[in-house]
Design a protein around this ligand. Sequence first.
Ligand code: KIV
Length: 263
Amino acid sequence: MKSIHEFHKYKSAQKKISVVTCYDYTSAKIVNDSDIDALLVGDSSAMVMHGFENTVFANLDMMCYHVSAVKRGLNNKLIIADLPFLEHKKGIENTFTSIDKLMKCGAHAVKIEGATGNLETIKKITEAGIPIMGHLGLTPQSIYHLGGYKVQGKESKEAELLIQHSIELQEAGCFSIVLELIPEELAGLITKKLEIPTIGIGAGAKTDGQVLVLQDLLGMDKDFNPKFARKYFNGYETILNALNKFNEDVKQSEFPSSSESFL
Ligand code: KIV
């Protein structure tokens, strides 16, 4: 996928959209050669790449650093970048300056979490011709307010508010909305109501597409096993075994061999 227009075409054709997060050049080169539709340089980079406790610790410099690295590994896929914690709450001028930086680093579109208090800002940004992806449900930048990584929209009042917010984000000009950690039926209902595609994570199978954190789908963290993240590869064990084999070969003088040496 090269542009946001394909997001809409996929929804019209009832073709599912696949998105993975990506934070570095080497991974971007692999994703570039894959059939994955689009990449998200998520602020989850603060946790996955830097070991912080949550995404509140992501900042604009961090995001720009990762967007630039990903951009250098890609030649034909859409890059969406997260606007990090509070960057859209410091006035419209700062919002535009931050988005300008992310886009000059290589982002084609920007994701903003939440609807409450953001609709006017999002409208101004989309009216300026900048593609914005919304994000509803569990919005990790509000983790302290939400009180933990819990499924959102279980109560009917909460669910109604999520439906209302999704419509408002569409009206504000968002080209797509991430739905995170909400019940499958609610995600399906929102998806049916919207003209723009929904991308789910922990939101069941009824969204227009799915996003996973690359390191989760590659099984890189043996201690992180959320119900919604299927592991397509045993990255942790495979890499551990490779490291231990290298160690063993070094200790036994089996690496390097003569063919790996300059004679
Ligand atoms: O930062 C991120 O990885 C995200 C996804 C969970 C959608 O926002």
